[in-house]
Ligand binder design. Structure first.
Ligand SMILES: [Zn+2]
Length: 245
């Protein structure tokens, strides 16, 4: 019996882009327009976040010169997570939805700063004006929750939530059961754009996201093996946001 050399499947043979870590046919990195922003960006990704096709953390980070993406479950503090000293974690906003709903607190606001009790903080404007960096948690609902509970230092940061005007552009590709659940790249654009009063930041990131989704849909037709839809989760997770904080 002679052994046949193993033929690699197309999925194995197609290299990943080192920047976005997507299979090359799904990569849109060459079209990314750099964005100047004074607010820093840190994205913490749960290690089980495996959605290479539709994930947006690395694409979002690529727009900003010194954005940081870290994969892990816990860090001793913000300085370690970021890899450089942070004088005052309270000047870093962390987006964590939890059970809070922007529409209940202030239907008009794009960004709401919360107290530790999950209520709208007083002097919103002063708080939001003082923010120098933002932290996003990248993963499913339960993964973001795990990151939140495993990193108690996050309580020293300024928790914020978003009140998006429209549902996520993922549409049918990845259902967001909560209207206020956005992709990581949409959340980055909305949060940085609102904090800096720079609608162009949100426009640039949303345009990149639209290009990523358009490419995904093309590749889904030509190479379906490269675009497996995320598997349905267990009962408990199915109705939860796939992509919130
Ligand atoms: Zn790429």
């Amino acid at each position: 019996m002679s052994e046949q050399p193993a033929t690699p499947s197309l999925e194995e043979a197609v290299p990943d882009c080192p920047r976005c870590q997507k299979p090359q046919p799904l990569c849109i990195c060459d079209s990314v327009t750099p964005v100047e922003s004074r607010t820093k960006l840190l994205i913490l990704q749960h290690p089980q976040e495996q959605d290479r096709g539709l994930g947006t953390a690395r694409l979002a980070a690529q727009h900003f010169k010194d954005a940081v993406v870290r994969v892990g479950l816990s860090w001793p503090g913000l300085t370690k997570a970021l890899g450089r000293p942070v004088a005052d974690p309270a000047r870093w906003a962390i987006l964590y939805l939890g059970s809070a709903k922007a529409s209940d607190l202030d239907p008009e606001a794009e960004v709401i700063a919360l107290t530790r009790k999950g209520e709208a903080a007083e002097s919103q404007r002063a708080i939001l004006k003082s923010i120098e960096g933002v932290i996003l948690l990248d993963g499913t609902w339960s993964q973001a929750k795990a990151l939140w509970w495993r990193n108690p230092w996050m309580l020293k940061c300024q928790r914020v939530i978003l009140g998006p005007r429209q549902p996520s552009r993922y549409g049918q590709l990845r259902r967001e059961p909560r209207r206020d659940a956005l992709s990581t790249i949409e959340a980055a654009g909305m949060l940085l754009g609102a904090l800096e009063r720079r609608p162009d930041i949100a426009e640039t990131l949303n345009a990149s996201f639209e290009r990523m989704l358009a490419r995904y849909r093309e590749v889904e037709q030509s190479h379906p093996e490269l675009t497996p839809r995320p598997k349905p989760r267990k009962n408990q997770d199915r109705r939860r946001p796939k992509r919130s904080f």
